[in-house]
Design a protein around this ligand. Structure first.
Ligand SMILES: Cc1cc2nc3c(=O)[nH]c(=O)nc-3n(C[C@H](O)[C@H](O)[C@H](O)COP(=O)(O)OP(=O)(O)OC[C@H]3O[C@@H](n4cnc5c(N)ncnc54)[C@H](O)[C@@H]3O)c2cc1C
Length: 284
C-alpha cells in the first residue's frame, strides 16, 4: 500500500519544527529516519495530514562531551552512534546494543532519538538507556526540560514527550572503563528481540563492584533489573555467583505472550540471557 496523501514540511531549525507542530497539532507527525514511521504510514495505521521532517535540522545531529555526560543529538543515526569513539570509550553498552540493532542499511537511516521516541518495547535502545540512567532533553514552546529514563518510558509506544514537543538530545552519563554486553535473543537475524538484556559492570580484581542491568521486551516498557544489580555487587564474576543473581531477573517484570513466545518462556530467557550478558560484560 502507499500512504494517504500528506503535506511535507522540512524545517531547518528546532524553532521552525515547533512552530509547525503548534500550527498543525494532531494532524502532524514528526519523521526522523522513517524506519518505523514509514511502514506505519504505508499500512495506513496512521494518516497524518502533515509530515514534519527533522532531517534538515543540523543542530540535532552529533555527539559531544559535556562534563560527566555524553550528549547525543536525537537525529544522530544508529550508524554514527555505533562508530563514534566517544560512545565506545564512555558508553560501551550503547555500542554493543547498536551493533545488534537491525541491519546496516536501517542503521544508516534510523536515528538514536527516533528509536527512543518510538518506544517499541522490543526496541534495542531503551534497556541500555535505562540501565545507564540516560536523561532525555525534550523541547517545546516553553523551552527545554530534562526527563530521567525511568520517567521517559511511560507505556507501550508512549513516552514523556508531550503534544507540541520533540526530543532534542539524550544525555548519557559516562561509564568509562566499565565492561558491557547486550545479549539479544532473536528468531530471525536482524530483527527485534524476543527478549534481550543490557548489562554493564565494573569489575575490580575479579569482583563485581557495580552493576547496571536493563531488560528488553519483558513488559510494556524497558525494565531495570534492580534486584539483579543489588545481588551482583560484591560477588565474584563466576558462573555460579552470576547465575544466582540472574535468577532474580524476572522480579518486577510483566512479559507479554505472543507468537514469538509465551510469558513463562520469556521469563526463562530473561534469566539465561542475564547470566550470559553479565558474564560477557565482566569478561568472564
Ligand atoms: C526491517 C526493520 C528491522 C528493524 N529492526 C530493529 C531492531 O532489531 N531493533 C530496534 O531497536 N529497531 C529496529 N528497527 C527500527 C529502527 O531502529 C528505527 O530506526 C527506529 O525504530 C525508529 O527510528 P527512526 O529514526 O527511523 O524514526 P521514525 O520512524 O522516523 O519515527 C519513529 C517515531 O518516533 C517519532 N519521532 C522521531 N523522532 C522524534 C523526535 N526527535 N522527537 C519526537 N518524536 C520523534 C516519530 O513521530 C514516529 O512516531 C527496525 C526497522 C526495520 C524497518
Amino acid at each position: 500500500m502507499i500512504p494517504v496523501q500528506f503535506d511535507y514540511l522540512a524545517p531547518t531549525s528546532v524553532e521552525e519544527a515547533l512552530a509547525a507542530l503548534a500550527e498543525h497539532g494532531d494532524d502532524a507527525k514528526l519523521i526522523a529516519g522513517g524506519q518505523s514511521l514509514l511502514p506505519v504510514l504505508r499500512m495506513r495505521l496512521n494518516a497524518p495530514e502533515v509530515v514534519i521532517d527533522l532531517g534538515g535540522i543540523a543542530g540535532l545531529r552529533g555527539i559531544r562531551e559535556d562534563g560527566d555526560a555524553l550528549v547525543i543529538g536525537a537525529m544522530t543515526t544508529h550508524h554514527d552512534v555505533l562508530n563514534d569513539p566517544l560512545v565506545k570509550e564512555h558508553a560501551l553498552l550503547i555500542v554493543r546494543a547498536e551493533h545488534q540493532l537491525a541491519d546496516a542499511q536501517i542503521r544508516h537511516r534510523g536515528t538514536f532519538g527516533g528509536a527512543l521516541a518510538h518506544a517499541d518495547p522490543a526496541g534495542d535502545l531503551g534497556a541500555p538507556a535505562l540501565a545507564l540512567g540516560a536523561e532525555f532533553v525534550i523541547t517545546g514552546p516553553g523551552g527545554s526540560r530534562t526527563v530521567p529514563a525511568d520517567e521517559f518510558f511511560v507505556d507501550l509506544f508512549e513516552t514523556a514527550i508531550g503534544e507540541g514537543e520533540l526530543l532534542t538530545e539524550i544525555r548519557v552519563p559516562k561509564f568509562t572503563g566499565w565492561g558491557a554486553h547486550y545479549e539479544k535473543f532473536v528468531r530471525v537475524a536482524h530483527q527485534w528481540p524476543i527478549v534481550a538484556v543490557a548489562a554493564a559492570v565494573k569489575v575490580d580484581g575479579g569482583t563485581i563492584t557495580e552493576a547496571r542491568v536493563g531488560l528488553t521486551n519483558m513488559g510494556s516498557t524497558p525494565i531495570r533489573a534492580r534486584a539483579v544489580e543489588a545481588a551482583l555487587v560484591g560477588q565474584p564474576a563466576t558462573e555460579d555467583a552470576v547465575g544466582t543473581a540472574a535468577a532474580l531477573a524476572t522480579e518486577g517484570t510483566n512479559p507479554p505472550s505472543d507468537l514469538n513466545g509465551a510469558a513463562d518462556y520469556r521469563s526463562h530467557l530473561a534469566q539465561v540471557l542475564t547470566r550470559r550478558a553479565v558474564l560477557a560484560a565482566a569478561g568472564a
